[in-house]
Design a protein around this ligand. Sequence first.
Ligand code: 13P
Ligand code: ZN
Length: 276
Amino acid sequence: MNLTDLTFVQDFIGLAADASEKEWHERNGGNLSYRIRTEEMDFTRLRFAPELKETGEWTRIGVSVPELAAECFLVTGSGKFMQHVGESPEENLAIVQIDTRGENYCVLWGLEKGGRPTSEFPTHLMNHAVKKRTTDGLHRVIYHAHPVDTIALTFVLPLNNRTFTRELWSMITECPIIFPEGIGVLPWMMPGGREIAEATSDLMKTFNVVVWAHHGVFCSGATFDEAFGLMDTIEKAAEIAVKVRSMGGKKNDITMKNLKDLAKEFDVTLNPDMLD
Ligand code: 13P
Ligand code: ZN
């Protein structure tokens, strides 16, 4: 057995493979991170000790995440292509550990030909910190992609949570059931830094989806399937929205009453900020 055969590594590779089939990952676009369970990391240390580097070289994260002190993450490398993750995970991925203050990280495994974790690591970690707290540790996956139609919509819709939520809720009957809290939207911001990490994680307190205008989407989930499925649902709803608009706009619609009936039937609470 190799380290890359571990279930959480295989599940990570599975998402990367599914994602590569979509048109959301041009070149190195998009990135993925997983907060490794304590028992998974204990087993990894026990079974693969010789493969783990203990360099003691710490690098500043650029944001402060004390909630994630000593946690370990599996994460894509900066500049690495999602489509290459499966063929050489040891070159394209890293297992990193956060220090006891939540200020620095050190690479324990991977990035064999050099590199560093994704440039969006500050956003990933701040989202993980929020989700660890707000979901009682349930959410472990943060996924960023560049899905075509969702990005296209950010050029025509007003950039606010309510407009995007209502537009996407109305495109597929199951959307309000899949993301009843709605989605968050940020205006264009400089990627890769502290400011966008803070703004995104602030919206992640309420939402599991945050759209970055003219750039892409961040999703959070308890599992790889959940995070990927959420991205897929958002993008499919956006694709329908683009098609409807290209055909001259809505002539019929799901009504507010339909949405409220749906919520009652499926026992979900729709975010009241998005309702009339
Ligand atoms: P990385 O290659 O650093 O992960 O960047 C890709 C990206 O999508 C930045 O937003
Ligand atoms: Zn991006």
